[in-house]
Design a protein around this ligand. Sequence first.
Ligand SMILES: *[C@@H]1O[C@H](CO)[C@@H](O)[C@H](O)[C@H]1NC(C)=O
Ligand SMILES: *[C@@H]1O[C@H](CO)[C@@H](O)[C@H](O)[C@H]1NC(C)=O
Ligand SMILES: *[C@@H]1O[C@H](CO)[C@@H](O)[C@H](O)[C@H]1NC(C)=O
Ligand SMILES: *[C@@H]1O[C@H](CO)[C@@H](O)[C@H](O)[C@H]1NC(C)=O
Length: 436
Amino acid sequence: MVCVCALVRFSLTTGSTHITLLVLFSVADSLTSQPQNWNFPGARGAWNLDFPKQLKWNVDQESPMAGEQGGKNGSKPLGPGGYPDTRLLSNPLMGDVVSDWSPMHEAAIHGRVLSLRNLISQGWPVNLTTADRVSPLHEACLGGHLPCANILIKHGAEVNGMTTDWHTPLFNACISGSQDCVNLLLQHGASPHPESDLASPIHEAAKRGHVECIETLAAHGGDIDRNISHLGTPLYLACENQQIACVKKLLESGAGVNKGKGLDSPLHVVARICSEELACLLMDFGADTRAKNAEGKHPVELVPPDSPLTQLFLEREGHVECIETLAAHGGDIDRNISHLGTPLYLACENQQIACVKKLLESGAGVNKGKGLDSPLHVVARICSEELACLLMDFGADTRAKNAEGKHPVELVPPDSPLTQLFLEREGASPLPELKL
Ligand SMILES: *[C@@H]1O[C@H](CO)[C@@H](O)[C@H](O)[C@H]1NC(C)=O
Ligand SMILES: *[C@@H]1O[C@H](CO)[C@@H](O)[C@H](O)[C@H]1NC(C)=O
Ligand SMILES: *[C@@H]1O[C@H](CO)[C@@H](O)[C@H](O)[C@H]1NC(C)=O
Ligand SMILES: *[C@@H]1O[C@H](CO)[C@@H](O)[C@H](O)[C@H]1NC(C)=O
C-alpha cells in the first residue's frame, strides 16, 4: 500500500510539474496573445509572471518531495555559491542530469539569446547553479554559444565557477571546441589552468583535436607542455587520440617532442597504436627512438608484429639494436613490404652500414630487395663501395636483373671506381652485356 502510494505520488508529482507549467503558460499566452515558441513553450508569456510568485509555486509543489528525500540524503551538497532556491526548482526524482534544471540553463544550452535576455531582465540570477554547481555559463560554453556566454558574462556571471565534476566554463568550451568562447572567457579572467587537474582545458582540447582552442589558450599563457600525472602532456593525449593536425600544431608551437606520460613518450604511444603518420611526424621533430618506458622498452619494441611501422623505424634510424631486438622477439628480418622492400634493402638505400652488416650476419637474404631490385642494385645506384663489398662478401648475385632487365653493374654511374670493383669480383667471367 505504501509502495502504491509512493508510485502514485511519483507520477503525480512529475506529471503535475509539467501540467501546471503548461497551464500557466497557456494562461499567460492567452493574456499576451503572443505566438508560441514550441521549443521553449510560451517562454515570453510565462516570464511575464511575477518571479516570486513562480518561486512560491515551486516551493508548494516540491516541499513534500523534499521531506521524502530527507532520509536518503544522497544528493550532492549545495555549494557555497549555490542558491538555496535552486533546490526548489528541482525535481530530485529525475536524477542528476536534469535535476535543478532552470529555464536559464535551458536557454543557455540551446543558445536562445532572446529567452536568456528576458530571463535576466526578469531577475533570474546569472550565477544560478544546480546542485552539481552547473551554471548557465557552463551550459552556454558547452553548447559553444558565444552570444549567450557574452550576455551572461556582461551581467556578471562567475567565469571560474567549478562544477562538482571540476568542470569550469573554459573546460566546457574546450569540449565544444568553441574558440570564440575560449577567447571570451580568457579575456574576462578565466584561468587557463584551473585549480583542479581533473578537468584541464588544454588537455581536453588536445584530446578532441581542437587546435584553435589550444592556440588561444597558449596565447593567453596556457602551458602547452603541461604535464598531468594521470593524463600526460597535451601532445601525449593528442597522439593517443590520433589527432594529427593537433599533434602537428603542438610540435610546431614548440611542445617537447619527448614529453609524454611518465616515462611513456609520445613515440611509445604512437608505436603502440601503430600510426605511421604520427611516427613520421614525431621523428621529423626529433623524437628519441632510444627512449625507454617504465618497462625498459624502446618504442620499436611496442610496434605490433608484422606492422609496416617496424620498417619505418629501421628506415629512419637504422639502429643495429632495433634489429637485434626484432630478431630476439621473433621478428621476420626478411619481411618484404611491397612499397618499401626488405629491411636489408632499406638499410642499403639509407647507407646504414652497421645495420646492413647486422642484418646479413643475422641471416637476412642477401638478394631480397624491393620487387626485382636487389640490395646490390640499390648499392650500385648510390655508388657505395663499402656496401657493395659487404653484400658481395655475403654472396650477393651480381647477375641478378631488375625490372628493366639490368644487372647491378649497369646502374653504377659512369667513371665510378665501383665499376672496377665489380670487374675485380667477377674475375675471369666477363660481363657480355657490358660495353666498356
Ligand atoms: C547523511 O545522513 C547521515 C545520517 O542519516 C548523516 O550522518 C550525514 O551527516 C548526512 N550527510 C549529509 C551530507 O547530510
Ligand atoms: C556572480 O559570482 C561572482 C563570483 O562569486 C561575483 O563576482 C559576481 O558578482 C556574481 N554576479 C552576480 C550578478 O551576482
Ligand atoms: C609529469 O609529472 C609527474 C608528477 O606529477 C612526474 O612524475 C613525471 O615524471 C612528469 N612527466 C614528464 C614527462 O614530465
Ligand atoms: C615482395 O612482395 C611483393 C608483393 O608484396 C612481391 O611482388 C615481390 O616479389 C616480393 N619481393 C621479394 C624480394 O620477395
